[in-house]
Design a protein around this ligand. Structure first.
Ligand SMILES: [Zn+2]
Ligand SMILES: [Zn+2]
Length: 395
């Protein structure tokens, strides 16, 4: 793939440098809001290529800004930088040197790809306007996008459009997948605590059994998607943890359920929430136990805007041809905090294939055997640079 004509000489000559950077970041993974070394590397490189660099945006975030000409439009491109608490088992020469931590989601690759694009754009791309390269901390659940926005990201660095990409194992390396409209799910975290009255297992009539109530609630929750959500829409209600009791002959006082709730539409998300709250309340009351629900809203539904997605599809098709581009790919029930940026600014979140199933790039993210596929750095960097030229034309 690295001999492909779309690369141009500039990128073809330099891709090795960015593979080395990707592997260096991979070897020294950092968790959410601890991306100090990674952020320092990013800032150092950007400064060297002439970007105005702002560090400490949303704690460990970095923004590199390049202005050219009189164009009034501003484009933001975001990469995430954080790693995961997963012990690496790839056996690669560049494997994590930090026990228990690894770049198991490819954010090392997203960062290196945006750096490759940064250099290419600074040295070889004509544009007129403002380019903000946004290196975000803490995508993995800790809400780094919100931290940057709370630190006035879009007030200090106004953007007319924002874009981001994620690698996608299971899809052929270098294939570009887009989707207009809702593309990824909201993700809410719910803890339900059921408080009954403990007792001896031999005398259930003297107790109030939280385990029976919990079991009934788990089953009742299965009706929310099956019976309340429009069958042409989608939601997920997963009970991922159920904790109660210690011994076979003791009725426990308390039971706890942990739920993950997903939806691809804000109305469905609210419907599911209302149904769960009602079911839990009525079920608990019917068993005589008290239910306390701790509902924590997580990432929002990610919605790509039509015009910005269409431009990105055109850019990818122009570079790689229609056979390597899916203009309207599937939705995913995974979630992404770039959704919050897209609530503020129009834009598009896209996927780049990391490798077909059965190939080294096909191992799924968040798995100890996963590794970012270095072959996609060049096409993805070429895409970012061509998108910049297309969006920031003289106008
Ligand atoms: Zn991840
Ligand atoms: Zn990720």
């Amino acid at each position: 793939m690295q001999d492909a004509p779309y690369l141009g000489q500039a990128l073809a000559q330099r891709v090795g440098e960015f593979i080395q950077i990707r592997r260096a970041i991979h070897a020294r993974p950092e968790l959410a809001f601890e991306e100090h070394e990674t952020a320092a590397l990013v800032a150092h490189k950007l400064r060297g290529w002439g970007y105005a660099v702002t560090t400490g945006v949303g704690r460990t975030g970095v923004v590199g800004t390049l202005r050219r000409g009189n164009g009034r439009r501003a484009l933001g491109i975001r990469a995430d930088m954080d790693a995961l608490p997963v012990p690496e088992a790839t056996g690669r020469a560049w494997a994590s040197q930090r026990p228990g931590l690894m770049h198991a989601c490819g954010h090392d690759g997203h960062t290196a790809t945006l750096l490759a694009a940064a250099r290419l754009i600074a040295e070889d791309v004509d544009f007129s306007g403002v380019l903000h390269l946004i290196f975000q901390p803490a995508e993995e659940g800790a809400g780094g996008a919100l931290a940057m926005m709370a630190d006035c990201l879009f007030e200090r660095f106004p953007c007319d459009a924002v874009y981001a990409l994620h690698n996608m194992p299971g899809i052929e390396a270098g294939r570009f997948c887009f989707r207009t409209g809702p593309a990824m799910a909201s993700s809410d975290n719910v803890t339900i605590t059921l408080k009954g009255r403990g007792g001896h297992g031999a005398f259930p009539h003297q107790a109030c059994d939280s385990v029976v109530a919990a079991s009934s609630i788990v089953m009742a929750l299965q009706t929310v998607v099956a019976r309340n959500v429009d069958p042409l829409k989608t939601a997920v209600v997963t009970v991922g943890a159920l904790h109660a009791g210690q011994a076979n002959n003791v009725i426990p006082e308390e039971a706890r359920l942990e739920l993950s709730i997903r939806a691809l539409d804000e109305d469905v998300r609210q419907l599911v929430k209302a149904r769960i709250l009602a079911l839990v309340d009525l079920q608990a009351r019917s068993y005589g136990v008290e239910a306390v629900v701790d509902w924590r809203d997580g990432y929002a539904v990610l919605v790509n805007t039509a015009q910005e997605t269409a431009l990105a599809v055109d850019v990818a098709t122009g570079l790689f041809g229609p056979a390597r581009v899916d203009a309207q790919g599937p939705m995913f029930t995974a979630s992404e905090d770039f959704s919050f940026m897209l609530q503020k600014v129009p834009g598009c979140y896209l996927f780049v294939g990391n490798g077909a199933p059965g190939t080294p790039g096909g191992c799924h993210v968040h798995n100890p055997g996963y590794d970012f596929n270095d072959d996609i750095i060049a096409p993805a960097a070429a895409f970012w640079s061509r998108l910049t030229a297309a969006y920031l034309q003289d106008a």
